[in-house]
Design a protein around this ligand. Structure first.
Ligand code: WT7
Length: 648
């Protein structure tokens, strides 16, 4: 396997050398208290901490606290502390869906807007600890809403703007949130997204389940027509005129919640991942600085949506805590044409660019000329996140986009981890295409086999982390039991990531993907159980089983086996109806790629669906079905193979 050694140009001015990385890493695991006592100082504390680490992964007693007696305000760290030194510097550089639309918002302006929105929230009765749900397009007001919530000590729950009314309603209920911030409509790839309409519907559904929304703050984006509920709905552009542009930040404990972010697991409904204030900010800002080798004055662009954790940590909190200029893009990679990313890079002289493998693969398919017709001379560091990046895509990104001038950092992490855990550091760590390379400071990965035995040296297995880091999630909102069960019960005293990984002879990490029933479709995480429950909520469906299969562009595609109710017929129309139904229930990202009507599903005698077999058939690899002798009715497999939807 090729190794790309750190180039001299990357070393010049880099934050750390290879030796420093090794020294810092050693100290971070041998003396975590000392290491983090020092690096915790990178954020401004109102009352400094005296305690650093107080964490336990012990069964029945999982408890994670960092800097627990310190107090701070996250929004003040992202705004107020920069005013004296960089008040006029651009904080958010916004690029609209339409290439003619852009806006630069300075730290001073952002501070004013955040204070105003904080005051509007206060005026509407929002208090410390209340949950504020944010359902927004990619406009600066999304970041304003997050920071405003943080400013007054409320807990935000951002819901991706592509989710359906049902999905939004479930999250309003889960977070018991009575305040919703949204926009009239979003704009993506020239198409309008009816956010307010979806939000109205979500409020109806949530109200039926007993969760009333009393305030809906609406940002005007497109000016499109929207329904209005007097007494509940408030226009942001009107409310902001009524309040002051000053709002003193609330003093928060390090372990006070900052946000909840719902994410899919292998079973049940999405979980509310809870992150707290101090450790999260220390970790997000430190990783942002070192992983991207961020230098003062640079333009940094992460193409994620703020609806995902990448947007939280690496569009909003990390970059703003570091006083960076963070670019926020409303649009999509291929609108108006597949050169858009690189045109934006040239337009704003972007230095650091962070995107997902699915976008890289799609743009690779559009042809090199779409890239080479642009300059990209400003680029210095390239990043990848969200799913395993195949070596071909990695190499194309490195060669064609970065012209071999820019190191590529493949960053592995999760919603639960708050920030990047395994990654190269530019200028310090040699690269291997397809490998996330080495752990960040304080992170101790470990491989275990299915019995929990530790695998030393070279090998493959289940990826665990043996000790806490400051950005780690603290609990599942409202369900600590589920937190322990999901992450700490599979392997004793370890955090289990749900991913499989391989460690090579050089100690480099290669993440191979989920080993549980979680799908990763174009970098979007989804539980097979969620898609199944959407399918069976259709009146004609009696049973469904969903698996992933390898997909050239999306990484994984969604393959559904559907058993119909007695007397229903297997038609093309019904197939389309089921796809539309799942989109309606969850959102377009969950659109099934293949639906196979299955008169029966392969089950064990105790009634458990044998997913291993379903995965093989979906992959068109049915020659290797393995042992089918435990099946209650081995005959069903023949029918499934015969009617498989994925013939190569
Ligand atoms: C899952 C987490 C973390 C931000 C975006 C996704 C997969 C993420 C990589 C990578 C291989 C990756 C894992 C992980 N994943 N980054 N660089 N290489 N796999 O966050 O939605 O919580 O998904 O994404 O499977 O468990 P998420």
């Amino acid at each position: 396997m090729t190794t790309i050694q750190v180039k001299d140009e990357w070393k010049a001015g880099a934050k750390l050398t290879a030796d420093q990385y090794r020294d810092w890493y050693r100290r971070s695991v041998e003396d975590p208290e000392g290491f983090w006592a020092e690096h915790g100082k990178r954020v401004d504390w109102i009352n400094p901490y005296t305690k650093v680490k107080n964490t336990s992964f012990a069964p029945g007693n999982v408890d994670i606290r960092w800097f627990e007696d310190g107090t701070l305000n996250v929004s003040a760290n992202c705004l107020d502390r920069h005013l004296a030194t960089r008040g006029d510097q651009t904080a958010i550089l916004w690029e609209g869906d339409d290439p003619a639309d852009s806006r630069a918002i300075s730290y001073r302006e952002l501070h004013g807007e955040v204070c105003r929105m904080a005051n509007v929230l206060l005026a509407n009765g929002v208090k410390k600890g209340d949950r504020v749900t944010i359902y927004m397009p990619m406009i600066p007001e999304a970041a304003v809403a997050m920071l405003a919530s943080a400013r007054i000590g409320a807990v935000h729950s951002v819901v991706f703007g592509g989710f359906s009314p049902d999905a939004l309603a479930g999250r309003l209920e889960g977070a018991q949130s009575s305040v919703l911030i949204t926009a009239d409509e979003g704009l993506r790839g020239g198409r309008k997204v009816p956010l307010k309409k979806n939000a109205d519907r979500a409020c109806e559904i949530a109200a039926q389940a007993g969760q009333a929304v009393s305030t809906m703050l609406v940002v005007r984006r497109t000016g499109g027509d929207v329904a209005w509920q007097d007494g509940r709905d408030v226009w942001w552009h009107e409310a902001r005129e009524e309040v002051s542009a000053d709002c003193s930040p609330a003093e928060m404990g390090a372990e006070d919640p900052l946000f909840i972010l719902y994410t899919s697991g292998s079973t049940g409904k999405p979980k509310g991942v809870l992150h707290t204030s101090g450790g999260y900010l220390v970790y997000a800002s430190m990783t942002h600085e070192y992983v991207f080798d961020y230098r003062d004055g640079e333009i940094y662009w992460c193409t994620a949506d703020v609806g995902w954790v990448t947007g939280h940590s690496y569009i909003v909190y990390g970059p703003l805590a570091n006083g960076a200029t963070t670019l926020m893009f409303e649009g999509v990679p291929n609108y108006p044409d597949p050169s858009r990313f690189w045109q934006v890079v040239d337009k704003h002289k972007v230095n650091i660019f962070y995107t997902a493998p699915t976008a890289i693969r799609a743009l690779m398919g559009a042809g090199d000329d779409k890239v080479t017709s642009t300059s990209r001379a400003s680029l210095r560091v390239l990043g990848s996140v969200g799913e395993p990046i195949n070596p071909e895509a990695w190499t194309w990104y490195y060669r064609v986009v970065g012209e071999e001038r820019c190191p590529v950092v493949d960053t592995w992490w999760q919603t639960e981890t708050g920030g990047i855990l395994i990654t190269p550091l530019p200028g310090a760590i040699d690269l291997k295409p397809g490998s996330a390379t080495l752990p960040f400071f304080g992170v101790q990965p470990q491989l275990v086999d299915n019995e929990g035995e530790v695998i030393e040296g070279e090998g493959a297995g289940n990826l665990c982390i043996t000790d806490s880091w400051p950005g780690q999630m603290r609990t599942v909102y409202g369900d600590h039991e589920r937190f322990e069960q999901t992450y700490f019960s599979t392997y004793r005293d370890k955090y289990f990531t749900g991913d499989g990984a391989r460690r090579d002879a050089d100690g480099y990490w290669w993440i191979t993907g989920r080993v549980d029933d979680v799908l990763n479709v174009s970098g979007h995480r989804m539980g097979t159980a969620e898609v199944e429950s959407a399918l069976v909520s259709h009146p004609k469906v009696s049973e469904a089983a969903v698996v992933g299969y390898p997909h050239d562009l999306k990484g994984q595609g969604i393959y559904c086996y559907v058993t119909l109710m007695e007397g229903e017929s297997e038609t093309e129309e019904l197939r389309k109806e089921l796809v539309a139904h799942v989109r309606n229930e969850i959102g377009p990202i969950a659109s099934p790629d293949k639906i196979q009507f299955a008169p029966g599903l392969p089950k064990t005698r105790s009634g458990k669906i044998m997913r291993r077999i379903l995965r093989k058939i979906a992959e068109d690899d049915f020659g290797a079905l393995g042992d089918t002798s435990t099946l209650a009715d081995p005959g069903v497999v023949e029918d499934l193979v015969e009617h498989r939807q994925n013939r190569k």
